[in-house]
Design a protein around this ligand. Structure first.
Ligand SMILES: Nc1nc2c(ncn2[C@@H]2O[C@H](COP(=O)(O)OP(=O)(O)O)[C@@H](O)[C@H]2O)c(=O)[nH]1
Ligand SMILES: [Mg+2]
Length: 360
């Protein structure tokens, strides 16, 4: 799963990226809107993995991961004629966005719009994305309409008509200045639209970059979008915390009155936003958390581990994390009848501990 970190120049994207990933990429007060892309994979903190690892004492402990991509190059006006190709190629494939909004004031860091105004900045980027999506939808619509006219309705077929109907719905929605994430689409429509790379359809975590820790981000920004989470993060401080070793980190956090690195909150929020869930595999070799989409079947979850496990899937031995912790061992849980044998139709639930039986 990939999330793109976006925002206006000097909003603190690279600083947020460093805070989330523990990287140390150069930030800059003058870099402006250059297209620059940094990528890093981070573990999603999960106390259940910690606990299972403490019980099994495995050789290896593996957390679910998210990939963050720091995407520079967005500016007011870039969407008007359609985004430049390289920027478009960076934005389209991600599963969601971390949208960084500047709330810190600092005279040494110029703001492209001069003044500090978080709500305005949010709307600037939203507008660029709306325009970009509108161009995408209109282009596709006019090509389709042309095709139908040329071939005749019958030859173009039902699918063309259905697509025109869907795209017209998107177009009407965008023309009301509302991002597509507000539109209620069914699963089939969502799957169909995946290949279009529509930017306002992607869920987003809005991160308000503040000078000091604050509890309530709504004092800076209000949003009425679905599939959106609003958080505040003092990115500069957090990026410094991320560079420290364990002991120094605690001292630093105490000094600022920070209970948990804010980066963890942002990582978890971005994970929660993505309609994915975590299941576990356990053993002496490895305790591991895996990500799978909500609604996945047991064989699909097995396929996340290895394609052979999906292909040769027979059954899944399954117990909830809570039950396992309550009984303390697999043997005990089994005698109490808490380990279920699930078949191909089983829908995996968050917190399932699974052992896949397969044969290839
Ligand atoms: N004072 C202050 N400066 C910040 C904060 N976050 C980022 N900066 C500085 O703002 C400048 C631009 O940050 P950067 O992460 O490179 O922004 P980007 O252009 O969005 O990637 C850098 O000089 C950062 O050190 C913050 O919370 N407070
Ligand atoms: Mg940057």
């Amino acid at each position: 799963m990939q999330l793109g970190i976006i925002g206006l120049p000097n909003s603190g994207k690279t600083t947020v990226f460093n805070a989330l990933t523990g990287s140390n990429y150069e930030t800059s007060g003058v870099s402006g809107g250059k297209l620059a892309i940094n990528t890093a994979v981070v573990n999603v903190p999960d106390v259940r993995v910690d606990k299972l690892s403490a019980i099994f004492q495995p050789k290896k402990t593996t957390y679910p991961t998210i990939t963050y991509v720091d995407i520079g190059g967005l500016e007011k006006g870039v969407g008007e004629e359609g985004l430049p190709g390289p920027l478009r190629n960076a934005l389209s494939p991600v599963d969601g966005f971390i949208h960084v909004i500047r709330a810190f004031a600092d005279d040494t860091v110029p703001h492209p719009q001069v003044t500090i105004d978080p709500q305005r900045d949010l709307e600037i980027v939203d507008t660029e994305f709306l325009l970009t999506d509108l161009i995408t939808v209109e282009n596709r619509l006019s090509r389709l309409t042309e095709e139908v006219q040329k071939k005749g309705k019958k030859a173009a077929g039902r699918s063309a008509e259905e697509e025109i109907e869907l795209l017209t719905r998107l177009k009407d929605h965008l023309e009301e200045d509302s991002p597509l994430r507000n539109l209620n689409l069914d699963e089939e429509e969502k799957t169909f639209l995946k290949g279009f790379g529509l930017l306002t359809l992607k869920p987003q975590v809005i991160v308000v970059n503040t000078e000091v820790p604050v509890d309530d981000p709504t004092q800076f920004v209000t949003v009425e979008h679905q599939n959106t989470i609003l958080l505040a993060l003092p990115a500069q401080i957090e990026s410094e915390i991320a560079q420290l070793d364990e002991a120094d980190r605690q001292i630093f956090m105490d000094e600022y009155g920070i209970a948990e690195p804010g980066a963890n909150r942002v990582i978890r929020a971005s994970y929660d936003l993505m309609s994915i869930q975590t299941f576990f595999t356990v053993g002496e070799d490895e305790v591991r958390g895996w990500s799978v989409s909500i609604g996945a079947t047991a064989p699909e979850a097995a396929g996340v581990i290895h394609s052979d496990l999906q292909r040769g899937f027979i059954r899944a031995e399954c117990i909830t994390y809570e039950d396992f912790i309550a009984y303390g061992s697999m043997t005990k849980a089994k005698t109490e009848g808490k380990v279920r044998l699930e078949g191909k139709q089983y829908l995996v639930r968050d917190g399932d501990i699974m052992n896949i039986r397969f044969s290839v």
